[in-house]
Design a protein around this ligand. Structure first.
Ligand code: 13P
Length: 252
């Protein structure tokens, strides 16, 4: 049984006070809901959001971590710093990190292993650009991102890993992959996990879809066999949009 997992990636939005206010509102409205709900604020907003989320069912995650424990890495944040705030969840390998900040699959893998060594739960993002899709490279790109991203991860550690399929061309563009296309990519990702860890682990792995998820399209996406949740950007910044998305993930 894969429990629906709805996550909001706030990206570089929300000051500490705005973030705390949003989480208080979300907490009221998603109380008692049996989907897993997560928000990922910017680093400086995390403490206020952790405080606001106390005693609620909302998980607070970071959007990134450094692959080292500490040292001369100006501008970076370690797992230990997040743990001190009570944070044990992180998004790794978002396409904006891969493309704008040139994070390689190998670096992403180092971050995954570092986060696992501190018992973090991880959302590992994968997804192709439009150019790659049009060149027929979808499966090649996903295979590389999944196989390299998970290198050295054991079968038992996979319970800490959620995979988010985010086609780059659908992020912030208003273009969503059709449910059929998304489901096909998710099924392929699940087959990659099965190749690495066997069928049972693959069946249990949560695979989120991300890319212009909105209240109006979440239902048909979530109805797909291999889509177990959503990683939401823009629509996670307003309670009136994020709450209906979360509600759609509620188990009947
Ligand atoms: P949008 O929902 O704004 O398209 O962003 C998706 C995303 O990148 C979530 O990580």
């Amino acid at each position: 049984m894969r429990i629906p997992y709805i996550a909001g990636n706030w990206k570089m939005n929300m000051t500490p006070s705005q973030g705390a206010a949003l989480v208080k509102e979300l907490a009221k409205q998603v109380k008692g809901c049996n989907a897993k709900v997560m928000v990922a604020p910017p680093f400086v907003t995390i403490p206020a959001v952790v405080e606001a989320a106390k005693g609620t069912n909302i998980i607070v995650a970071a959007q990134n971590i450094n692959e080292h424990d500490s040292g001369a890495y100006t501008g970076e944040v370690s797992c230990e710093m997040l743990m001190d705030l009570g944070v044990g969840n992180v998004i790794i390998g978002h396409s904006e990190r891969r493309i704008i900040y040139k994070e390689s699959d190998e670096l992403i893998n180092a971050k995954v292993l570092k986060a696992l060594s501190h018992n973090f739960d991880i959302v590992l993002c994968v997804g192709e650009t439009l150019e790659e899709r049009e060149a027929g490279k979808l499966e090649e790109v996903l295979s590389r991102q999944v196989n390299v991203g998970l290198k050295g991860v054991t079968a038992s550690q996979m319970s800490a890993i959620t995979i988010a399929y985010e086609p780059v061309w659908a992020i912030g563009t208003g273009k969503t992959a059709t449910p059929e296309d998304a489901n096909k990519a998710h099924a392929f990702i699940r087959s990659l996990v099965a190749n690495l860890y066997g069928k049972k682990v693959a069946e249990e792995t949560i695979i989120q879809y991300g890319g212009s998820v909105k209240p109006s399209n979440v239902k048909e996406l979530m109805a797909c066999e291999h889509i177990d949740g959503a990683l939401v950007g823009g629509a996670s910044l307003k309670a009136e949009q994020f709450v209906p998305i979360v509600r759609c993930g509620v188990l009947e």
